[in-house]
Write a protein that binds this ligand. Structure first.
Ligand code: ADP
Length: 392
């Protein structure tokens, strides 16, 4: 029994064939540069990576190519017992607080929500449309925003004029919810207690932090879009919105230029010249002052959120680090926890230095807060959600 998980981006399709019970990924792949002349395809099966370059004009051609790879390289989908397709959808607005079976109505709602996520929902929808055409199994949408539908109004509502905010749907929807939910549930299971105040730090190319009390999200750093909050690979995170007025009035930039500046030319890339955290460290270790300052700003923002979320929750039991940087960057974790020493947090340096794909504690037993590294697995979470829906 398997689920094909699809994450369709504007010019890419990422996919995994997952066994939701064992958690095993039977095949993993990626089609990149769709519609850009020559597309690049990677398909990994039984530990062997197969790579191709082919001109694929659109997502339909891309997915057809992938299905052909399943037939020729394996595993054959029919023999792998494919039961459903799970689609990652970035924006579910206030319509979806959990995964749903994709019906024509659901599909149209995802399209209606596109103005709230213009970079993501149309791309997700392309994946949904072609996959529904090509694969005759139930399709399930899993929303990045769903986990944050529990946010109390005081966290979700901006102090923006109520009429304007409601007319245009401007509020905090959050993002990366599938990961925050998966990680906070893993923490609950690992610690063996449900009454926990947790802070989950999802630090990847995109980065977000959430406050979770007794399994429910009470605040998160991403807002109307994934631009708000922490410093990211290429995104500013928090910035005074008046910077936009200033760049418009004084800098003469138009809205698209500012959008591109904030989303694609800022964050670590804008501060240090590199968006990949490993490259930023390499620069900093080589004495590059801008890279070191970029890291300081990155850490400062994380520490600031930890303090504010601990205050919001009235306490703190667990900090969980996850995603590419959170799971792998022991130096970064050290810098964050060092800054919290005054609150009684202490790191177990040898545990922190270990690499692994299991959940583990990196704080000492004396630490006032348990600090964990928790591998995220959004594909598995999507596959399990899809199975749950079709079993209902
Ligand atoms: P995405 O948001 O694209 O899913 P990931 O969760 O894969 O991103 O995280 C990508 C980030 O993780 C990159 O900045 C990369 O440099 C960083 N990363 C991966 N491995 C390491 C490592 N060993 N040390 C530091 N950073 C790492």
């Amino acid at each position: 029994m398997t689920v094909l998980v699809i994450n369709s981006g504007s010019s890419s399709i990422k996919y995994q064939l997952v066994d939701p019970e064992s958690g095993e990924a039977l095949a993993v792949g990626l089609v990149e540069q769709i519609g850009e002349g020559s597309s690049h395809i990677k398909h990994t099966y039984r530990g062997e990576k197969h790579e191709f370059d082919e001109p694929l004009a659109d997502h339909g051609e891309g997915l057809r190519y992938v299905l052909n790879l399943f037939d020729t390289i394996g595993p054959k989908l029919s023999e792998a017992g494919i039961k459903a397709v799970g689609h990652r959808v970035v924006q579910g607005g206030n319509h979806f607080d959990s995964p749903v079976l994709i019906t024509p109505e659901v599909r149209d709602l995802v399209e209606e929500l596109s103005p709230l996520a213009p970079l993501h929902n149309p791309a997700n929808l392309r994946g949904i449309d072609v996959a529904r055409d090509l694969l005759d199994v139930p399709h399930v949408a899993v929303f990045d925003t769903a986990f944050f539908q529990t946010l109390p109004e005081e966290a979700a509502r901006y102090a923006l004029n109520r009429e304007v905010a409601d007319k245009y749907g401007i509020r905090r929807y959050g993002a990366h919810g599938t990961s925050h939910q998966f990680v906070s549930e893993s923490v609950t299971e690992y610690v063996g207690r449900t009454d926990l105040k947790q802070i989950v730090l999802h630090l990847g190319n995109g980065a977000s932090v959430s406050a979770v009390v007794n399994g429910k999200a009470v605040d998160t750093s991403m807002g109307l879009t994934p631009l708000e909050g922490l410093v990211m690979g290429t995104r500013t995170g928090d910035i005074d919105p008046a910077a936009i007025f200033h760049l418009r009035r004084v800098g003469g930039m138009n809205v698209d230029e500012i959008d591109n500046l904030f989303n694609k030319q800022s964050g670590l890339k804008g501060l240090a010249g590199e968006n990949d955290m490993r490259a930023v460290w390499a620069l900093a270790e080589g004495g590059d002052a801008h890279a070191r300052e970029g890291l300081d700003i990155y850490v400062h923002r994380i520490v600031k959120y930890i303090g504010s979320y601990a205050a919001v929750m009235g306490g703190l039991d667990v900090i969980a680090f996850t995603a590419g940087i959170g799971e792998n960057d022991d130096l970064l974790r050290t810098e964050v926890v060092e800054r919290l020493k005054g609150f009684g947090l202490t790191l177990d340096e040898s545990q922190n230095a270990i690499r692994g794909d299991e959940i583990r504690q990196i704080s000492t037993d004396e630490s006032s807060v348990q600090v964990l590294v928790v591998p995220t697995n959004e594909e598995l979470a999507i596959a399990r959600a899809a199975m749950e829906i079709i079993n209902k």
